[in-house]
Write a protein that binds this ligand. Structure first.
Ligand code: DAH
Length: 356
């Protein structure tokens, strides 16, 4: 008995972790443990022998049980100590500054948000379409048939078809106008949306890049007129530039509108600097008009019941005007010095009440 006691108390004290301790417990007082087997022998003893051996074995079992419990507690405490040492944290250390590494919001993103906020306030939702379009959505549905000169003038990027595939090629959309058709097909009339997005044309100089941004506008209802278009645009420019901006509507021609107008905003030119909302100069900023009946039909909308206006405006262009950025090409160079100079704080989200 004393041998067993020595053996197991030593093993308990030496157990390095909980699983080692469990192994010792099973070997000593588990169902087939050595002490348990001894207890089973009690039945074969004489009453006198049992009177001595019984209490002694029980006492041994209790002693081992409490030794195991004590060891378990000690192991737990040690593990906790270890963790506390590892996870120790000095909350009095000064914080690390992240200011230097913080990025900025690109002027295009900023203006995109500003435009969205202003039109949202006038009840316009945001619609989207794919940047890779079929020639149906980019041209035909917009009343630009394949022989139309506008196709040639757009400097379109065509996507190659596989050898032997004779279907017309996909194009990188040359304008956001195809979103008009997709929205008509998806939502039906009435409609009041803007569609900001990327567009593509093979062109590159100080004011043109092969990828740029437009925002399309479309409002369809029973009695929408050019007067509504004029009010909406003047409201927009005044909110966007933060000053009353006169507009000039010039008769023009687009295949997808009838009548069509190009819109100029009032500006002054002084030593190479453009200022919007003052002076007697004019700057063209968008194309617009009343949606052509053929375009409504292509969108599945009955032109005898519905009518409305559409416009398309260059986002990069109005960003350059508002924030005095001279060269469009730098917009897409990812030059960190340019981004830090012209970028906006990520924490200042444009809203109408906060100012755009
Ligand atoms: N899609 C034209 C372009 O990219 C711009 C435009 C003109 C859009 C007149 C319109 C519009 O919705 O009515 O040059």
């Amino acid at each position: 008995m004393e041998e067993l006691r020595q053996k197991y108390l030593t093993e308990v004290a030496g157990a390095a972790d909980e699983s080692a301790l469990e192994t010792v417990r099973l070997a000593a007082i588990g169902k087939k443990g050595e002490v348990s087997l001894k207890m089973r022998e009690l039945g074969r003893m004489t009453p006198e022998e049992r009177q001595v051996a019984g209490p002694a074995l029980n006492a041994l079992k209790d002693e081992i049980t409490s030794a195991i419990a004590a060891r378990k507690q000690a192991l737990g405490d040690a593990a906790l100590e270890e963790r506390l040492r590892g996870e120790w944290l000095d909350v009095t250390l000064p914080g690390r500054s992240r200011g230097a590494a913080m990025g900025t919001i690109h002027p295009v993103s900023q203006v995109w948000e500003e435009v969205t906020a202003i039109f949202a306030d006038m009840g316009f939702a945001v619609a989207e379409g794919p940047q890779i379009e079929t020639d149906f959505y980019n041209f035909d549905a917009l009343n630009i048939p394949s022989h139309h000169p506008a196709r040639g003038e757009m400097d379109t990027f065509y996507m190659h078809r596989a050898e032997g595939d004779n279907r017309p090629p996909h194009v990188l959309r040359t304008h956001t106008s195809p979103v008009q058709i997709r929205t008509m097909q998806e939502q039906g009339a009435p409609i009041r949306i803007i569609a900001p997005g990327r567009v593509y044309r093979a062109d590159y100089d100080q004011t043109h890049t092969p990828m740029f941004h437009q925002v399309e506008g479309l409002a369809l209802d029973k009695s929408i007129s050019m007067a509504n278009l004029k009010w909406v645009l003047e409201e927009f420019f005044t909110a966007y530039f933060g000053t009353t901006v006169k507009t000039r509507f010039r008769a023009s021609h687009f295949p997808f509108t009838e009548p069509s107008a190009e819109v100029d905003i009032q500006c002054s030119w002084e030593d190479g600097q453009v200022r919007v909302g003052e002076g007697d100069g004019w700057l063209e900023v968008l194309g617009s008009g009343m949606v052509h009946p053929s375009v409504l039909k292509a969108g599945g909308i009955d032109p005898d019941q519905w009518q409305g206006f559409a416009f398309g405006m260059g986002i990069d262009r109005i960003a350059m005007l508002k924030y005095g950025i001279p060269d469009l090409r730098a917009f897409f160079d990812s030059d960190l010095r340019w981004l830090r100079h012209y970028g906006f704080s990520p924490l200042a989200v444009p809203t109408l009440h906060g100012g755009v």
